[in-house]
Each structure stands twice: as C-alpha cells, then as structure tokens.
Ligand binder design. Structure first.
Ligand SMILES: NC(=O)c1ccc[n+]([C@@H]2O[C@H](COP(=O)([O-])OP(=O)(O)OC[C@H]3O[C@@H](n4cnc5c(N)ncnc54)[C@H](OP(=O)(O)O)[C@@H]3O)[C@@H](O)[C@H]2O)c1
Length: 322
C-alpha cells in the first residue's frame, strides 16, 4: 500500500480505503464481510469508513465492524483509522436526522456503543442539512473532538459556501478540518470542479467516495444486470434506472481504454482519481474479497499519458451530452 499525507495534518491515509456503506449490514454475508475487512487490513488498508446509517438496517454495519474489531483486530486499534458520520436519517422522530447538535452528539455516542470503540479517528458531519446553522454543527464537532470521542473532525458533501464557513470555524477553534469527503469519479466531476480547490487551499485532506460510480465504472454492467448486483438489490442505492444505455456504452469504451493500459476498468477509475495529487484517499466499496483484490491493484497503475486522459475526457463529455 502507498500512503498520502492528509492535507496540512500529520496523518497519513492509505491511497485506497474501504467503505462499509453496502455489503456489511445484518442482511449481508458476515463471513465475506469479515474476509474483506481482514484482507484489507493485511494489505495495508488501515482506514475504514463508516456512518451511523450504514446497513441495512441502519446501524448494523457499525455492529458488524465492531464484532470483527473485537474478535480479530482489537490489538491493532492503534494501526487503524476509523471514521463515522451523522446527519442522514437514522432514528424516528425529529432528532433522528439532520445536522443539529442534538443529532450529532447522540449519534456519535450511539456509533461508539455499536462499534465498541472508545473514540473515532475522525467524525464527520455527513451533510449540510440546509437548516442548521453551520456554526451549530461545527461547534458539535469541536465538542466531540474536545471530549475525546473523536481525534479529528471532517465534513461531507458541503456546498462551497458552507464548506468555506466550516473550515473557518474549525480553524478558529483549533480543530482544523482533517478531511473533506465528496463523491467523485470519471462520471461525476462536480465536486472535483467546485469543492476540491477550497479544500486543498484550506489544508483539508480530500477523500473521494463512490469512485466506481457504485459499480457503473466496472465491467459489472457491460452485459446486463447481474442478479447479485447493487442495482438488482432492493436495498441498493443504485437504481435499475441509473444503469442507462448511455452509461453502459461509456463504460464499454472506458473498459477498452483500461484494457489497452493492461488493467481493469475499476482499477483505471481508481487510478484516475489518484492521479490528482490533491486527493488523499479513494474509498472503494466492495461486495467480495475478489473485487477488493482487483481494486487494490490500482495502486500499481501505470501513469496516464496525455492521450489516455484526453480519451477518457472524450467519453465523459459524450455521455453527458446525450
Ligand atoms: N459521505 C457520503 O455521503 C458517502 C456516500 C456514499 C458512499 N460513501 C462512502 O464511500 C464508500 C464507497 O462508496 P460506494 O460503495 O458507492 O463505492 P464504489 O466503489 O463506487 O462502488 C462499490 C460497488 O462497485 C462494485 N464493485 C467494486 N469493485 C468492483 C470490481 N472490482 N469489479 C466489479 N464491481 C465492483 C460493487 O458492486 P456490487 O455490490 O454490485 O458487487 C461495489 O459494491 C462507501 O462504502 C462509504 O464509506 C460516503
């Protein structure tokens, strides 16, 4: 594994991290979940990304992770960097969602209980909710850090104005924003274009989620919708309607470019993000050890030639034009 320094901090993260959004809940195969986490750890993936609502049911990915941590990795706690987040729908009632202090503090406590951890390495505000003042949410993060429940604070999916406000408040409180988490991939460039520059300018590390566009940037959907895919799963966030002929055609062309580079499309999609030196880490999701192994080989990707980058951009532009 290769490691990158996270913004202006002293923290290093693996270039590839493992996310537990799908495939680690109570409805998933526990043995495969355990094998993925242990394989990741053995291969130097020391960063695991959680959130209160990951499952299904919500909370169960943290419970799964806590069980594996307790049974297999307890003596390695100081080798691990573990995140969680709060802000999306979690429990019923008005306090079970959003970015209020009420939600964040209760969520952090509940996530610590589920995982059995004494502290998270980074705790995020999962989203700007459009209602809670950024001051309130950031003060909750500052207090979570100061109370020892997390070592660092992070933000996820904040729009540019709130993103900058968050950095300013956190910096002033001397709890600088360690990580900014945004969706980014060959198919989804909006955060790359709007949020990466301020993150880097403010000394925050950047960590990308859904680098494979939930599977669209792999060979998974090139020949139809496999029954064991996120798109076919009723609990999966990727909808059947997201697997459009345009996306599949673009993936087919990208797959050819990847093949000419001697790698899988998934590997090329991860390598494409890592070619941006502002990126600290890329969080992949996987449903099997085999996928994880495939993705980890992205670390040893050949550098992109200007022609390859232009060809990838051309595919991207063509599918957005339709
Ligand atoms: N901050 C936020 O709001 C936010 C939002 C979303 C995600 N995240 C974080 O980012 C992590 C990653 O997101 P994601 O799961 O959407 O990432 P992703 O890497 O874009 O998609 C993962 C899916 O792609 C497929 N896949 C992965 N490797 C493959 C391979 N080598 N060959 C074929 N298919 C492959 C699998 O689909 P199948 O399951 O169909 O096999 C897998 O479940 C999450 O777990 C979470 O930690 C954060």
């Amino acid at each position: 594994m290769k490691y990158r320094k996270c913004g202006h901090s002293g923290v290093f993260l693996p270039e590839i991290s493992l996310g537990l959004w799908h495939n680690f809940g109570a409805t998933s195969d526990f043995r495969e979940a355990r094998a993925m986490i242990l394989t990741a750890f053995e291969r130097g993936v020391c960063h695991f990304d959680l959130a209160n609502n990951y499952g299904p049911p919500p909370g169960s990915a943290e419970t799964t992770f806590g069980r594996i941590l307790h049974d297999d990795l307890a003596m390695h706690r100081d080798e691990l960097f573990i995140s969680s987040k709060a802000g999306h729908d979690m429990w019923s009632g008005v306090y079970g969602t959003g970015s209020s202090r009420k939600n964040l503090i209760a969520s952090c406590d509940a996530s610590l209980r589920r995982t059995g951890l004494e502290y998270f390495d980074v705790f995020y505000s999962h989203r700007y909710d459009g209602v809670t003042p950024v001051e309130e949410t950031m003060q909750a993060l500052i207090d979570i850090v100061r109370s020892g429940k997390a070592l660092y604070a992070g933000i996820s999916k904040y729009p540019p104005a709130e993103q900058q406000r968050a950095y300013d408040i956190l910096r002033e409180a001397k709890v600088p924003c360690l990580l900014s988490q945004y969706r980014a991939s060959i198919f989804d460039r909006s955060a790359i274009e709007t949020n990466f520059r301020p993150a880097a300018a403010n000394g925050s590390g950047i960590i990308c989620f859904s680098p494979l566009a939930q599977g669209l940037l792999t060979d998974k959907y090139l020949n139809g919708i496999p029954p064991t895919s996120r798109a076919a799963n009723k609990d999966g966030f990727l909808q059947l309607s997201d697997v459009t002929p345009e996306k599949v055609e673009a993936a087919r062309r990208l797959n050819e470019i990847a093949a000419s580079r001697g790698q899988s499309l998934a590997q090329m999609a991860v390598a494409w993000l890592l070619a941006d030196s502002r990126v600290t880490s890329v969080i992949v999701g996987t449903s099997s050890v085999r996928q994880l192994e495939n993705n980890l080989a992205a670390i040893d990707s050949p550098e992109f030639t200007p022609e390859e980058l232009a060809a990838i951009d051309e595919v991207y532009k063509n599918q957005t034009r339709r």
